[in-house]
Design a protein around this ligand. Structure first.
Ligand SMILES: [Zn+2]
Length: 139
C-alpha cells in the first residue's frame, strides 16, 4: 500500500484560499458573520443565509470519523497503487464534514467516532506555488 498521491487540485477563485492554506499547513474554513454558520466547501456566500463574504479562519484540525469505507479495488492511477485506502467523512470540531482520506494507520483500525487530526500532503505546482491536500490521521 503506497501513500495516495492525490491528483493536482484545481483552485478556483472561491477555493484558492483553502488550497493555499492547506499548503501552509492550515485547515481554512469559513464563518458567516450574519448567522454564524461555519461552512465547507469555500463559497462566495453563506450557503445557509446567502449573506456575502463569509470570513475565513484557521480551524483546529481536529475531528472525528463520521463514516468511512475501505476501497480495496480501484483501477485508476494513482488510486490503484494506494489500495486499500480509507475514504471518510470527518466531522470537524467546528461542525462541517469533510470528504477526505484517513492515513497513518491500518484501514482495519478505522472506526466511526475515532478522533482524528488533520495532516497535509503538499502539492508543489508547476508555477512554483505550493498547495496542500488535507487528510486525517488518528489523534
Ligand atoms: Zn449565514
Amino acid at each position: 500500500m503506497a501513500d495516495l498521491q492525490h491528483p493536482l487540485v484545481y483552485a478556483s477563485w472561491e477555493t484558492r484560499g483553502y488550497w493555499e492554506g492547506a499548503g501552509r499547513g492550515e485547515l481554512v474554513l469559513q464563518r458567516c458573520e450574519a448567522c454564524g454558520t461555519v461552512q465547507h466547501k469555500p463559497r462566495a456566500i453563506c450557503a445557509t443565509c446567502f449573506a456575502d463574504a463569509p470570513r475565513s479562519f484557521v480551524a483546529s484540525g481536529r475531528g472525528t470519523v463520521h463514516t468511512y469505507t475501505v476501497t480495496h479495488q480501484n483501477q485508476l492511477p494513482p488510486f490503484a497503487a494506494a489500495c486499500p485506502y480509507v475514504m471518510a467523512y470527518v466531522e470537524l470540531e467546528e461542525g462541517p464534514r469533510l470528504l477526505t482520506h484517513v492515513v497513518g494507520c491500518d484501514p482495519t483500525e478505522v472506526r466511526v467516532g475515532m478522533p482524528v487530526v488533520v495532516d497535509f500532503q503538499p502539492q508543489e505546482r508547476t508555477d512554483g506555488e505550493v498547495f496542500g491536500v488535507p487528510r486525517f490521521r488518528p489523534a
